[in-house]
Write a protein that binds this ligand. Structure first.
Ligand SMILES: Nc1ncnc2c1ncn2[C@@H]1O[C@H](COP(=O)(O)OP(=O)(O)OP(=O)(O)O)[C@@H](O)[C@H]1O
Length: 602
């Protein structure tokens, strides 16, 4: 089998040697002893998903075929580092990249492999043209001029038959966009435009009509002819598609039933007592044999031949080579942030529900609260009940700031997380760049939201504190809450569970805010919790700004002081409150960054 670009033994059409099909240095991938087992637990028995699987992929197209559940996706996941020991799942594999043993779960190894997942994880607000350009801009060497990148993108769109929808948004649950098949081809384009040396694709033709499927496999063939190793899983290909494959791995019950050149496959089956009947699509025939003949009988006939060891060789270490070139390769962090921010703002403009839902919810809740606490600030401060109503209004405004900012962040972030994880794993940008761009987006979105909240509540409740201080307190509280939402969103796997986590962290803060119970009455062993709750600090601040002033009469001043005491707000500690509020924001953001980094590198 070919293992280097010099060994590409096909005649290359000169026209195909440019753009996405530019000749590249091939990389060989070999694997042996690949085992994946679901270990027994309780009444669930042990299940062998992959057993001693072996194989290789050079600069050719290699199709992994086999009946449903035979382990095709599992094999691709192990080789691409997406399957690992977790819970009952035990994975072992000897994998060699250009002759050097590597751990496929290492992010540095994963970044060498372009991977097109079965489910598309694309930015919903981008168009296919923008998604492909984004990938090219952030992943190709920075020596590429934008003009070249646009030409490459155009070429990719044409090859994949995407010209008709190139400028329509991809879409998803929040917005309607291109079709499923077009989305799939866009995912392929996003990976192929970077001229990768190794490409894995999980079911790239599923959901495509027969013409689009053929068109896609032709593109994969051109990529392989340019020197890349192309490995993909596929279900029952039609015969014209099957004829285009160079090699095939036939999986059956987690084992390799056949592996080798496609042209030798029928001879292999014939020599084992299963000649191809006339006028049969070989792909269909081998699948029928795999599905209908018992495993024992197939073994006796000579299928499932013993694996070959992934041979040790003294080829250079591809990882060392590429790490040295790392710094020349990619655009700088600021370009990454710029493109991420650009994309985020595009989302805001195109998917109006993102900003609209935030503003509508905050506006509605604030107007409702404003009517309930209508002009409380103008009340008689000599009446303690009226003073308490202002306290209630301020606590409610702070609660709206807290929930109104955390909730949308937590709802949107888990939707975006798969896109981030894919883009990070495929070397688009660093975690820090992503983190900074998100922070900037949230800072702006939260500011818009807090302007609405602060203006409406301030005038409807007729508050007398300084408006600027009121706004900045609400804003800092809201930013701490989005940081908390990011920590939850970065750690909890399931978006639904993540949303349920939010009340658990936010509701107790209300109880410690001093409105329902004076902090001094809370049992000492629980009282310390108020010190880690941003809501308490924000309430203490706005209370001080509202009541720590001349309230008009002796009785009014006494009431103002009493309400400050009840709330636990002390004017001597104002700077401590600010420090604590900002420190909580910084700590939570840092924790979110670490969690995200750990998740991305897993
Ligand atoms: N993480 C996992 N936990 C439990 N079972 C798993 C896990 N991963 C794979 N399996 C099981 O291993 C078997 C092989 O799954 P895999 O998805 O690799 O098959 P496949 O050949 O790709 O199937 P299909 O063609 O239907 O996509 C299936 O029975 C599947 O349920």
């Amino acid at each position: 089998m070919d293992t280097g670009s010099t060994a590409v033994n096909k005649i290359l059409d000169k026209n195909e040697m440019s753009g996405p099909f530019q000749s590249r240095q091939g990389k060989s991938l070999k694997w042996s002893n690949v085992n994946m087992t679901l270990v027994a637990k309780g009444k669930s028995p042990e299940k062998k998903i992959l057993q001693n699987v072996w194989g290789e992929a050079g600069n050719e197209t290699t199709a992994i075929m086999g009946p449903s559940g035979s382990g095709k996706t599992s094999l691709l996941n192990v080789l691409s580092g997406r399957a690992r020991n977790l819970g009952r799942l035990k994975v072992t594999a000897d994998v060699k990249l250009d002759g050097k043993s590597v751990n496929p779960t290492d992010v540095s190894v994963r970044q060498h492999i372009a991977f097109v997942e079965q489910d598309d994880t694309l930015c919903i607000s981008a168009t296919p043209r923008e998604a492909i350009f984004f990938s090219a801009k952030l992943r190709l060497p920075k020596s590429y001029m934008d003009e070249q990148l646009h030409t490459l993108t155009d070429r990719m769109l044409t090859e994949l038959g995407l010209q008709g929808c190139a400028d329509t948004i991809i879409g998803g649950t929040l917005a309607k966009g291109i079709s499923g098949g077009e989305r799939k081809r866009t995912s392929v384009g996003v990976e192929l435009v970077t001229q990768p040396s190794i490409v894995f694709l999980d079911e790239p033709t599923s959901g495509l009509d027969s013409f689009s499927a053929l068109q896609l496999v032709q593109v994969l063939d051109k990529v392989a002819r340019a020197g890349a190793s192309v490995l993909f899983t596929i279900h029952q290909p039609q015969s014209d598609i099957f004829d285009m494959f160079d090699r095939m791995i036939l999986m059956n019950k987690g084992q390799v039933m056949y592996q080798g050149d496609v042209e030798n496959m029928t001879d292999y089956f014939e020599s084992r007592g299963h000649p191809l009947p006339p006028k049969y699509n070989p792909a269909d025939y081998v699948m029928i044999v795999a599905q209908t003949i018992p495993e024992k009988e197939l073994k006796e006939a000579g299928f499932f031949s013993e694996r070959k060891e992934a041979d040790s060789s003294s080829e250079r270490s591809v990882l060392e080579y590429d790490t040295k070139n790392e710094h020349n390769r990619h655009v700088g962090a600021w370009i990454q942030v710029k493109y991420l921010v650009q994309r985020d703002f595009q989302s805001l403009v195109r998917v109006k529900t993102i900003l609209g839902a935030r503003l509508a919810l905050t506006g509605f809740m604030t107007v409702l609260t404003g009517f309930i606490f209508w002009q409380v600030g103008d009340g008689n401060l000599e009446d303690l009940v009226e003073v308490q109503s202002i306290f209630g209004g301020l606590v409610t405004a702070c609660m709206l700031a807290m929930f109104g900012s955390a909730m949308p962040t937590l709802i949107v972030f888990p939707e975006e997380r798969p896109v981030f994880l894919r883009e990070y794993a495929t070397n688009h940008y660093s975690v820090v760049s992503y983190f900074l761009s998100r922070l900037l987006l949230e800072a702006i979105l939260t500011a818009i939201q807090m302007v609405v909240l602060a203006i409406l509540s301030y005038f409807m409740m007729a508050l007398s504190l300084d408006f600027g201080l009121y706004f900045i307190t609400l804003y800092t509280l809201a930013m701490s809450s989005t940081a908390l939402a990011m920590v939850i969103g970065s750690t909890v796997e399931d978006p639904k569970i993540a949303v349920e986590f939010l009340p658990i962290t936010l509701v107790p803060q209300i109880m410690f805010a001093g409105f329902f119970i004076a902090p001094d009455l809370i049992p000492v062993w629980l009282r310390w919790l108020q010190y880690i709750m941003p809501l308490s600090y924000a309430v203490n601040l706005v209370m001080d700004y509202e009541f720590n002033q001349d309230c008009g009469s002796e009785q009014a001043n006494t009431n103002c002081q009493n309400i400050l005491d009840i709330a636990g707000s002390d004017s001597d500690d104002i700077w401590w409150y600010w420090l604590a509020l900002v420190a909580i924001f910084v700590v939570l953001r840092s924790v979110a960054l670490v969690c995200l980094k750990r998740k991305a590198e897993k």
